[in-house]
Design a protein around this ligand. Structure first.
Ligand SMILES: C[S@@+](CC[C@H](N)C(=O)[O-])C[C@H]1O[C@@H](n2cnc3c(N)ncnc32)[C@H](O)[C@@H]1O
Length: 286
């Protein structure tokens, strides 16, 4: 698999810096300098249109600030079929929308952890949890490649458009497997490449280098690679389902401005149609 040659720490720093600015923009209601968060060009995993991902009922169940700071590409809580009393972990919890929704599903007997590496996102998430008045949630600072929770302590792991941002995805999935209880479930929304990036007039490396890592595109796995990494981590009952195939208009919001102008229109169309928002589910065997 051809990969970009950007150093893992450099990717992490760029991701932290970008999502720090997204969070600051959400807190101030204005655009942090250097962030495209309020220009209509989010350069984030999604364009910030939460109404496309969540029902009105879900959106009205969380504080407005949690809904508007959502930067996911799917609805992992809807995928997870959460039950009362379960313990849930959200990998890359951002402003906390999925943590708050999950907390309502698992109720007072359940508990939901959000894990994020960006201080500004953690501040925003804690403010949103306070606004929601929920006592059964906790936001942890840390890296999803090294989850700060004990083995076999979680019933369900959710994640919304984050795993593609990790430089070592195999490690993330192994960590997810480790902290899940036997029989525990993984329910993830992520950007995934349908088939591969072959057959285009540019190499996979050229394509990935041109695209923005923070926009969740450059680091996306193919469906086949995702399945293989889940299997290698030990997961069973693996299911990957395409929910949305991106259009050129969608992706303009997810890559640096001008990048697409370097490619011929028919190539852009062909390239973009291979990127999808997909649901990924799997189980840690008992
Ligand atoms: C695209 S946003 C999604 C946020 C949230 N899941 C949502 O749906 O709104 C990505 C989030 O993942 C966090 N993140 C990215 N890579 C991470 C890593 N390696 N460890 C922990 N958090 C990470 C970022 O700080 C950011 O808050």
């Amino acid at each position: 698999m051809a990969r970009t040659k950007i150093a893992p720490e450099q990717i992490k720093e760029a991701v932290r810096d970008h999502y720090g600015k997204v969070a600051q923009g959400a807190v101030s209601g204005a655009c942090a300098e250097g962030s495209a968060c309020c220009s209509g060009v989010a350069s984030s995993c999604c364009s910030g249109d939460e109404s496309a991902l969540y029902t009105n009922e879900e959106l009205s169940a969380v504080p407005t600030e949690a809904a508007s700071s959502s930067r996911g590409c799917g609805n992992p809580v809807a995928l997870a079929s959460l039950k009362s009393g379960e313990t849930v972990l959200d990998l890359g919890s951002g402003g906390g929308i999925d943590v708050l929704l999950a907390a309502k599903h698992v109720g007072a007997k359940g508990f939901v952890y959000g894990l994020d590496m960006t201080d500004e996102m953690l501040t925003l998430a804690n403010q949103n949890a306070e606004r929601a008045g929920l006592a059964n949630v906790k936001f942890l600072k840390g890296d999803i490649e090294s989850i700060p929770l004990p083995e076999a302590s979680i019933d369900v792991i959710i994640s919304n458009c984050v795993i593609n941002l990790a430089s070592d995805k195999a490690r993330v999935l192994k960590e997810a497997f480790r902290v899940l209880k036997p029989g525990g479930r993984l329910a993830v929304s992520d950007i995934v490449i349908d088939k591969n990036l072959d057959g285009l007039p540019l190499s996979e490396e050229q394509i990935r280098t041109a695209l923005s890592w923070v926009g969740c595109i450059a680091g996306a796995l193919t469906i086949k690679q995702y399945r293989e990494l889940l299997e290698q981590a030990g997961f069973g009952k693996i299911k990957l389902e395409i929910r949305h195939r991106y259009t050129v208009e969608d992706v303009v919001d997810m890559v640096p401005q001008n990048v697409l102008k370097n490619f011929a229109p028919q190539i852009v169309k062909e390239l973009v149609s291979r990127f999808t928002s997909s649901s990924i589910s799997a189980v840690r065997p008992r």
